[in-house]
Design a protein around this ligand. Structure first.
Ligand SMILES: [Zn+2]
Length: 409
């Protein structure tokens, strides 16, 4: 069997980072009439390239299969919309954007971020591959083209709409199979003195906080600042600053500009690179040991669920995010250990989680059944969800987060 090739440098990918076994695509929610049919499972086998160190999942699933009818609508999370608003406000001040500026967001979803740009009277354009979601954005007045970004489409969009002062690519960079062509597309959208910001989950946080539930088929690359710099350099972009953010368990927001502007990278860039070196992320060997850590975290979750069941206590879930499906499939959890989950998204209500077939109900189900424990699957939103679920304390329910460390509170 030939090994897959690195998407950045083309080397053979012979080194395992972690192998989570087989799982269905994490956003392929199952309808009631699909429960008695088969489901396709794909490997979740993450490798690290021994040449360029890019940690990556081979493209077992093509982006077109996943994103053309993606179920995720960004506006369903209050804290995510607030995060986008703070970002827009800070970028506008930092870059001195005004009514003459132009902002492009890639993977703009339903316009959750660009609405804040538009509200400041700044021209903006979204690029969103999922046609149904792009339509939602257009209906709310955000000009949006429905395309997959690459060098060719980036050039075509720039020719038609002009090049941007600011290009935003939040939580999409890790989700494109051809990351180099995508980076070149970002460069094509940008003015020669423009700024690109990218938000990516930080590999260092994934390793140190055991965030293996952020591994799923749509998440192709697991980036450090070190490897992000390498990818962007392939597109003629240079990282000038970086921020460490708490989102998704720990993310990086990089600020990049075209090479040749002769801008000295900030001290924060040197600091993050040094943190990565200290953790061993500058060597292949430094990436070993994660598989053992993942097994231990899985054991903690399964042990909790089995103990609760033996004590006669009911456990249900909150949320139906993609990450929950990695967690539950890897742990082999079924309806007998987690009776159901609830989600605010009406698109998911009445459906079943992929692989595990745990039913998804509306949040009102919690008050009807009064469970003893509520496992918060989007644990990264724990503060927000804890506030939303304050009413469940009335009957003594306790919340549980599975990661970074299993905790009952
Ligand atoms: Zn490589």
């Amino acid at each position: 069997m030939s090994s897959p090739k690195c998407r950045l440098c083309g080397s053979d990918l012979a080194q395992t980072f972690v192998d989570l076994g087989m799982s269905p695509p994490c956003e392929s929610y199952v309808e009631a009439d699909g429960l008695d049919r088969g489901e396709t499972f794909y490997p979740l086998h993450v490798r690290v390239c021994s040449t360029c160190l890019l940690v990556q999942l081979p493209a077992y699933l093509a982006g077109e299969d996943i994103f053309s009818h993606y179920a995720y609508f960004s506006s369903y999370s209050d804290s995510w919309v607030a995060h986008a608003k703070r970002y827009v406000q800070s970028a506008v001040v930092r870059l001195g954007l005004d009514q003459n500026s132009f902002v492009v967001e890639v993977a703009s979803n339903d316009g959750y971020l660009l609405q804040h740009v538009r509200n400041l009277g700044i021209r903006c354009l979204g690029i969103e591959p999922a046609a149904n979601i792009a339509e939602v954005a257009r209906a709310s007045g955000i000009d949006t083209v429905s395309e997959f970004l690459g060098e060719a489409t980036g050039t075509a969009v720039a020719d038609k709409h002009g090049r941007a002062d600011l290009v935003v690519a939040n939580n999409v960079f890790a989700h494109v199979p051809d990351i180099v062509d995508f980076a070149r597309g970002l460069r094509a959208l940008l003015k020669d003195d423009g700024t690109l910001t990218i938000e990516i989950p930080h590999l260092l946080r994934l390793i140190e906080d055991r965030l293996y539930d952020t591994i799923y088929h749509e998440h192709y690359s697991y980036l450090s600042l070190h490897t992000t710099q390498r990818v962007l350099a392939e597109a003629g972009l240079s990282v000038v600053d970086v921020e460490e953010l708490p989102t998704h368990g720990g993310s990086l927001r990089t600020w990049s500009m075209p090479v040749g502007l002769d801008i000295e990278p900030s001290e924060r860039v040197a600091k993050v690179l040094e943190d990565e070196r200290a953790a061993g992320l500058d060597t292949v060997e430094g990436h070993s040991g994660f598989a053992e850590v993942v097994s231990a975290a899985r054991d903690d979750l399964v042990e909790f669920l089995i103990s609760a069941r033996r004590e006669g206590r009911s456990v249900v879930g909150y949320g139906a995010p993609g990450k929950g499906n990695t967690l539950l499939n890897h742990a082999g959890v079924r309806e007998d250990l987690l009776a159901y989950t609830v989600d605010r998204s009406t698109f998911k209500q009445g459906m079943y989680l992929p692989g595990t077939h745990i039913p998804i109900h509306a949040p009102e189900k919690l008050a009807e059944t009064r469970p003893d424990y509520i496992l918060v699957l989007p644990w990264n939103l724990r503060e927000e969800i804890s506030a939303q679920l304050a009413y469940t304390r009335e009957w003594g329910a306790k919340l549980v987060v599975p990661l970074p460390k299993l905790e009952v509170f």
